[in-house]
Design a binder for this molecule. Structure first.
Ligand SMILES: C[S@@+](CC[C@H](N)C(=O)[O-])C[C@H]1O[C@@H](n2cnc3c(N)ncnc32)[C@H](O)[C@@H]1O
Length: 234
């Protein structure tokens, strides 16, 4: 398995929310989950009838959305990840959170085209596609890796759909002492691949792939949303 997905063992998944979503997001990346990332996520999933969660991790965002009622109109939730541990973990958590629609899982490398790689046709199927904390895990740099991922995933977006997400930038932002050390350690281990990821590079990839898009930087994290894919390569 790719190193970007390798470390999500059942044991590490139990520590993920505390270490990443609570401690690192607040103290290292300065982009708090509860006051910044979660409201951004909820705003975009609310009222979507079919949602695709790419890089599902522990399922914190969809599970919290289910508890808050933001998924009450969502009849289909598809979890896509390269690691079967995260798919099983997030699926269980979302079901326990009271989500009543159907949950499906796709074990899939996001660099490979999504539309044709499974026996289901996913083209134009989702009105919300989430990519949270995925890009900074992937090897390579912006714009290239984001262009490749957008080319794989954008065909799954419905005509009025929105793609949204967040990623820790590696360059062009200020990293505090804790963030700089954590980033260096994760990049050395291959958990992160974001040393060359800049806001400018992300903007280039979004401009290439979408007619409408927006990026906001909070601390060391870029939050992005995009609509109307330009070229559907599938
Ligand atoms: C840092 S976690 C993010 C989890 C969740 N989205 C969040 O924000 O809490 C990154 C996730 O991306 C998955 N992942 C890493 N590389 C991938 C790839 N090439 N294709 C699909 N998923 C991948 C990992 O297995 C993991 O679940």
């Amino acid at each position: 398995m790719e190193r970007s997905a390798l470390y999500y063992t059942p044991f590490n998944l139990r520590l993920y929310d505390l270490f990443v979503l609570s401690i690192s997001n607040t103290l290292a990346w300065r982009c708090p989950t509860r006051s910044t990332l979660l409201p951004f996520y909820l705003k975009h999933v609310k009222s979507s009838s079919a949602h695709l969660e790419v890089g599902s991790g522990t399922g914190y965002y969809p599970a919290t959305a289910a508890v808050s009622g933001a998924l009450s109109k969502t009849r289909l939730l598809t979890l896509c990840d390269l690691n079967p541990n995260t798919l099983a973990y997030s699926r269980r958590r979302i079901a326990r959170a009271g989500y009543t629609g159907s949950i499906e899982t796709l074990e899939h490398n996001v660099f490979h085209p999504l539309a044709h790689s499974h026996d289901r046709d996913v083209r134009g199927k989702y009105d919300s596609v989430a990519l949270y904390y995925l890009f900074h895990c992937l090897p390579g740099a912006f714009p290239r890796k984001a262009t490749d991922v957008f080319a794989s995933v954008a065909p799954a977006l419905a005509p009025n759909g929105v793609m949204h997400g967040a990623t820790v930038l590696g360059t062009g932002v200020v990293h505090n002492w804790f963030g700089a050390r954590l980033m260096a350690f994760y990049n050395k281990k291959g958990v992160f691949g974001n040393i060359g990821d800049s806001e400018e590079g992300l903007r280039q990839a979004l401009e290439e792939a979408f007619e409408e898009w927006e990026v906001t930087v909070v601390g060391a994290v870029a939050l992005f949303e995009a609509r109307k894919p330009r070229v559907i390569k599938d």
